[in-house]
Design a binder for this molecule. Structure first.
Ligand code: HEM
Length: 503
């Protein structure tokens, strides 16, 4: 009786605030719903049912859910200094996961972001362009040629996963890998187990106390053993390169230089550039912190996060994008025509021209709207926070989640929201999209630091793949696609398509 009262004591919390929400159950709160519906679908369903602001329970912990664009602007931009992010899903900490840029807050975040940002300037992204181009040919086009020649269906997540892994190993750590033929390479075999998260583990992380989790060796949504293996690999690279960091263009080289001292300004490091990728890279004042040094553990944490996110998110977007194009042959044909008209006689395209392909940009945006990465962004106010004009004052420390996936699927902002309609993102229509209803890379000062790099990689891969191959639905293609159980992201499980060479 006493235990029951203790475990349900918070359940009247949202009623007092005047907020609706799904009925919680003892111990699990609203987590059990995830056993029956995928996280993305659950978010869409709940926002339809309870409106743009409501409350849920993770175990007995209340979390406010926000899908109102004005309030989102307030949280992500206007009052961003008042908010901490915290991606920690578990009731326990992890020395590496808690030091990732995406997880830190306050002064620590400012210092670390200032140290990391120089790796992602436009000038650097341009220098990575030829490396990514090479990976497209060696890791993607050649593999797809094999599928087309043999008439076998292509599994997209694996194909694009091998490609995105080869790119990030090269661009982040200066390591050339061939994930298809070297599955046992230390920088290849560690990627796949990292993203496997069984439902029991997800529930345990959120329901068990920190003490119990430590006792069972559970500390993160990532596979703990694999985090150790990746960090051991990275330590090896750091050691081998101790005296060789001066000229390397890879991300690790920049992070290592920041360990030695403040980052020197780089020639042509125009954060505020003119073209579209550059505009998207424009975030905030790079010189906001004088002390830009990173500790070795912080370098490892950034290396780990970038390895994971660039491998997983890029391959997810590419898989969903090609999947949607196979389901929508008209859009695929129009995009092919746009690409064919833009490439030169050798089939090549420069960085600036790549940015000027409106349909390509629109297809990526629409894919991200329909299937985009993180389902919600979590923020925690460092002091009391008035929630827009609602009259609700959120107490200090009360987590708030921004319902990005649910907004992307709202009929109010995106008519026929479940359909793939790239034209809504064409330049002439884009102005109809209400600010803060489309945020696949988040928004405000904590916008994804790798956004320009990610867009360059996505576009370059799509141009050369779609120029050479036609994708179509196969008998093994599942519609709608089967997605993984994941607490943070929407990710495809397996996705088969047939692929045919164009010439
Ligand atoms: C399609 C690919 C990608 C998507 C959709 C994406 C999306 C995001 C989102 C939504 C956030 C903010 C999360 C939050 O505030 O809770 C974020 C942060 C971040 N992303 Fe990305 N990302 C992508 C690729 C990349 C790549 C390729 C890199 C690096 C190579 C990268 C590095 C980062 C970092 C370091 C942060 C933390 C920023 C901060 O907190 O200041 N991302 N990303």
């Amino acid at each position: 009786m006493f235990i029951n009262r203790h475990l349900t004591k918070n359940f009247g919390y949202f009623k007092k605030l005047g907020l609706k929400g799904p009925k919680p159950v003892i111990i699990f709160g609203n987590l059990l719903d995830l056993l029956f519906v995928s996280k993305p679908d659950l978010e869409v369903k709940r926002m339809k049912q309870f409106g743009a602001i409501y409350g849920i329970f993770e175990g007995s912990r209340p979390i406010i859910q926000v899908g109102d664009p004005e309030i989102i602007k307030q949280i992500l931009v206007e009052d961003f200094r008042m908010f901490n992010t915290k991606v920690r899903i578990a009731n326990v900490g992890h020395p590496i996961v808690d030091r990732m840029l995406v997880a830190v807050r306050g002064k620590q975040w400012r210092r670390m972001r200032a140290a990391i940002q120089p790796a992602f300037t436009t000038a650097r992204t341009r220098r990575h362009y030829p490396l990514v181009r090479q990976c497209v040919d060696q890791q993607l086009v050649s593999v797809l040629e094999g599928y087309a020649r043999e008439g076998r269906p292509c599994e997209l997540k694996r194909t694009f996963g091998c490609f995105s892994l080869s790119v990030i190993n090269r661009s982040a750590f200066g390591i050339a890998t061939d994930p298809y033929s070297q599955p046992r390479h230390p920088f290849v075999r560690t990627a796949w187990p990292l993203i496997v998260l069984p439902v029991w583990k997800l529930l345990a992380l959120q329901v068990l106390s920190g003490r119990l989790l430590k006792a069972f060796g559970l500390r993160s949504i990532f596979n703990e053993k694999t985090i150790d293996n990746i960090c051991d690999n990275l330590k090896g690279v750091l050691k081998a390169r101790e005296h060789l960091v001066a000229n390397s263009i890879d991300f690790l080289g920049v992070f290592m230089r920041s360990k030695l001292g403040p980052n020197e300004p780089e020639p042509n490091d125009d954060i505020e550039g003119e073209n579209c990728l550059e505009m998207k890279a424009k975030t905030f004042d790079n010189n906001m912190s004088d002390n830009k040094k990173l500790t070795e553990e912080e370098i490892l944490a950034q290396g780990f996060f970038i390895y994971f996110t660039a491998f997983d998110q890029i391959s997810n977007v590419l898989s969903f994008c090609v999947y949607e194009l196979a389901l929508n042959p008209d859009a695929q044909h129009r995009l092919y025509e746009e690409i064919a008209a833009a490439v030169d006689a050798d089939g090549e395209i420069g960085y600036d021209e790549l940015c000027r392909l409106p349909l390509l940009d629109a297809v990526i945006s629409e894919t991200q709207r329909l299937h985009g990465g993180p389902v919600k962004y979590r923020r925690i106010p460092g002091r009391e926070f008035p929630l827009g004009q609602t009259g609700i004052v959120v107490p200090k420390g009360q987590p708030i989640e921004i319902l990005v996936y649910a907004i992307h699927h709202s009929e109010e902002y995106f008519p026929n929201a479940c359909q793939f309609i790239p034209d809504r993102f064409l330049p002439e229509n884009r102005r109809n999209i209400k600010p803060y209803t489309f945020m696949p890379f988040s928004a405000g000062p904590r916008v994804c630091v790798g956004m320009a790099f990610a867009l360059m990689e996505l576009k370059l891969a799509l141009v050369h793949v779609l120029r050479r191959f036609r994708f179509a639905v196969h008998k093994d293609t599942k519609v709608p696609p089967i997605v993984k159980t994941h607490p943070v992201m929407k990710a495809p499980k397996t996705m088969y398509l047939s692929v045919e060479a164009r010439d």
